[in-house]
Design a protein around this ligand. Sequence first.
Ligand SMILES: NC(=O)c1ccc[n+]([C@@H]2O[C@H](COP(=O)([O-])OP(=O)(O)OC[C@H]3O[C@@H](n4cnc5c(N)ncnc54)[C@H](O)[C@@H]3O)[C@@H](O)[C@H]2O)c1
Length: 364
Amino acid sequence: MTPVGIGLIGAGMIHRIYAENLRRIPGARLVAVADQDPARTEAAAAAWEARAVSVEALLADPAIHAVLNLTPPQAHAAVSQAIIAAGKHVYSEKPLAVTVPEAEALLAAAAARGVRVGCAPDTFLGAGIQTARKALDDGWIGTPLAGLALMLGHGPDTWHPHAEFFYAPGAGPLFDVGPYYLTALVTLLGPIRRVWGAARQSGPRRILAGPRAGDVIPVATPTHVAAQLEFAAGPLVTLVTSFDVWATETPRIEIYGSEGTLAVPDPNTFGGPVRVRRAQQDSWATLPLVHAWTENCRGLGLADLLAAEAQGRPHRAHGALALHVLEAMAGILHAHETGTWVTLTTTVERPAPLGPAPTWRDLT
Ligand SMILES: NC(=O)c1ccc[n+]([C@@H]2O[C@H](COP(=O)([O-])OP(=O)(O)OC[C@H]3O[C@@H](n4cnc5c(N)ncnc54)[C@H](O)[C@@H]3O)[C@@H](O)[C@H]2O)c1
């Protein structure tokens, strides 16, 4: 089988792991790279043995079947719209867009054009979240009643060379890291019915450390967001995302059920451990993982999209899931502004489980 051509737009920090993993997908080949920064385009193209082209040339190339959109969040909608208009499948980094209307317009355009929209995160396809899902589906903790999801950190100030976009609307801890937690929770518990939120912005600027130590950047989005998520199936989950926390000893995600507690691993990773402690037990048990995808497999969602197209089935990291997650995040900030619960207008089916143990080869 001739591999399909993949284009990559946005050759920044995250593009390397995608390019590396693309080499593991026998049915796909990275053929062209475009970045608005010519030096980054050239460097990435040389590193990955692809052509360095303009965005326009990449979109006009008939050899390109699907495009990775790895630009910053604030550019996602416009770049994805251009990819769809060119008649190519798009797999975007998260969030799908910065606003719900932009995301809805994207999905409508894709449906009209007959192309697929996939969106990160795909960490929920990893062994950790898939094992946690199986534990819930198999009834290890009975009926899920409630949960806690905590992403407490101090932001990308110490390590990211372009930290500005993390502090603009469309990012912050909720829109930047929240998608990992919300996508995992929807995978585990199903769709969200309504959300509530409270947020604060801790200061108008940040002083960077790391590669740009001393640089001052503006902050224009909440840096600490506390939310309640009421799931359609009943569970009530408390979600806190923060770029204001220097240290914590709290868990990432715990689900509390009628028969026990499930400790879910970091949803920003693909691995475990997944631990369960059932009612009346006095210790935790670590569950065996359902498959072997524990390393950084970013791109798994794109591989699944390509396989799904070939097999005529829905792909798992799909646009409707990303839209539901985006509506929840936008709803949390809207709830903060209005002081009321926000009922979501979208719903979504849980993506099909992934397992046991397909290889990159099985996914094309
Ligand atoms: N850095 C990480 O660790 C990480 C991890 C997971 C997800 N992500 C996500 O990946 C995306 C990119 O993040 P990053 O850290 O690589 O950012 P980055 O700033 O390092 O890279 C983004 C690149 O996109 C280019 N770009 C911007 N607008 C463009 C346009 N309209 N056309 C062509 N090129 C354009 C920029 O020149 C830059 O090279 C974001 O959505 C981010 O949330 C990043």
